[in-house]
Write a protein that binds this ligand. Structure first.
Ligand code: ADP
Ligand code: MG
Length: 451
């Protein structure tokens, strides 16, 4: 009897005693990895299968094997993630299993580049929601300074902008040619400039910047209204750009929707490649979950993964948070949570569009998007910077909440409701014709439904 037949016999016998779902969860993708003298080594796809088999079924498995071949005296289990190399994990009392080691890995951020090595292309899942951004980032990492310059990636929070930006940096760092790379958040950039000015060493600051081969600036929407920083950034940008040095930027919105951004900087941002990241669909969410589990060499039953992928939709950060919540639960209780428990554990992660959009959120999101105070929207003024956001707020109250025109008029200080009708029609018509507006409203809606 060869190993394959041997294991098939074991599986057939176990199958008689357990449910189909359990069988699929724990025994799928198991096989005999090796058989030497007295010891049979069984490979399993993850730490949960391993624990389950060795704790609950080891006796039975050993008995069946021993009955078939009386030389066999011991069974060992190793974890072999699908399509990956084998990670042997010995089971002996007192030794830690992968579940116990469940680590929320600590990575060291490089002091020179500020890059976190955890963000790589290898662990970046690609789907239709981010493939353009990924392709552009990859191209830039292959030929920094020569393909798309600058590269501008935008999208909502938790959707992978920082991951992608840093993946480019990490790939270039790992390359053969020594390049000077700097990753910096916009907040740090702003503080850096403010401090440099205060300490009278702006020249040193500028000089340091001009030595960089790849400059990565994250979340440039925070430069809005920061005039001094914008000015310095503009000069740094030009210096690097003229030397064919790569500049990579991210933002929560496209350059033309960043308020209070100097025109000359906006046009620089728009001068290269602009790529967006939107939301992953259900299938991609499932792939992301499975990927994260594989990284940790852990598993969860399909129905649990299905539930998480189907219900945690806000962004990838939340998806990771939900997964970690379940893994911690499993670790503490030393068991896999049932679907009912999962539902309870993940209550705070599940978002239903029906209870999130409300008056307050719409006002908040519109004001925030246009860099206004909420009360500005209610001001009696004809200033363009306010009239337009106000019309958009009215439009959204009608469209998203089905408010009546008079009700909206009352909210806006008892305006004549024909003003509201006018605003609604105007925005509604433009919405169909004007890509920029469609995009802006899309981003505002993201804020409403995720905030
Ligand atoms: P953003 O900068 O857009 O707010 P992050 O890059 O910080 O988002 O991503 C949030 C989390 O989701 C990070 O832990 C990141 O590793 C993970 N993540 C984002 N996109 C992906 C992806 N495509 N594949 C795998 N993990 C991702
Ligand atoms: Mg980020």
């Amino acid at each position: 009897m060869d190993n394959k037949e041997l294991w098939q016999t074991v599986l057939t016998q176990i199958q008689l005693g357990i449910s189909k779902a359990n069988f699929a969860t724990w025994l799928q993708n198991t096989e005999i990895a090796s058989k030497e003298d007295e010891v049979v080594v069984v490979s399993v796809p993850n730490a949960f299968s391993k624990e389950w088999l060795s704790n609950k079924y080891n006796k039975l498995i050993l008995k069946i094997l021993h009955d078939l071949d009386d030389k066999i005296k011991e069974v060992e289990y190793i974890i072999k993630p699908q399509g990956a190399k084998v990670f042997p994990v010995k089971i002996s009392n007192g030794e830690k299993s992968n579940i116990e080691q469940l680590d929320f890995e600590e990575f060291k951020i490089d002091k020179e580049t500020n890059l976190n090595p955890r963000y790589t292309f290898d662990n970046f899942v690609i789907g239709s929601f981010n493939e353009l951004a990924h392709a552009a980032a990859w191209a830039v990492s292959e030929n920094p300074g020569l393909t798309y310059n600058p590269l501008f990636i935008y999208g909502g929070v938790g959707l992978g902008k920082t991951h992608l930006l840093q993946a480019v940096g990490n790939k270039i760092t790992g390359g053969s040619k020594k390049k000077k790379i700097k990753y910096i958040s916009s907040e740090k950039f702003i503080t850096g400039i403010v401090n440099a000015i205060r300490n009278h060493n702006i020249d040193v600051f500028k000089n340091n910047l001009s030595q960089i081969d790849v400059l990565i600036v994250d979340d440039v929407q925070f430069l809005a209204g920061k005039n001094k920083t914008q000015e310095e950034f503009f000069h740094a940008f030009n210096t690097l750009y003229e030397k064919n040095k790569q500049i990579i930027l991210s933002s929560d919105r496209p350059p033309n929707a960043i308020p209070e951004l100097e025109e000359r900087l906006r046009s620089r941002f728009e001068g290269g490649m602009i790529a967006d990241i939107s939301f992953p669909d259900y299938e991609t969410r499932l792939v992301i979950l499975k990927n994260k589990l594989q990284e940790k060499h852990l598993g969860l039953p399909e129905d649990v993964l299905d539930y998480v992928a189907a219900n945690v939709k806000k962004n990838i950060r939340e998806l990771e948070g939900a997964l970690n919540r379940l893994l911690i639960y499993s670790k503490i209780n030393n068991s896999i949570p049932s679907l009912d428990t999962v539902k309870k554990l993940l209550k705070s992660y599940i978002f239903s569009p029906f209870d999130v959009a409300n008056y307050k959120k719409i006002i908040e999101a519109v004001a925030k998007f246009y860099n206004l105070e909420e009360k500005d929207l209610f001001e009696t003024t004809r200033k363009k910077e306010i009239v337009r956001p106000r019309q958009i707020a009215m439009f959204l109250l009608r469209k998203e909440l089905k408010y009546s025109f008079p009700a909206i008029a009352r909210k806006f200080g008892g305006k004549d409701h024909t003003t509201v009708i006018y605003a609604y029609r105007k925005i509604n018509q433009e919405f169909e014709e004007n890509n920029k507006l469609t995009e802006e409203i899309g981003l505002i809606k993201q804020k409403i439904y995720s905030g």
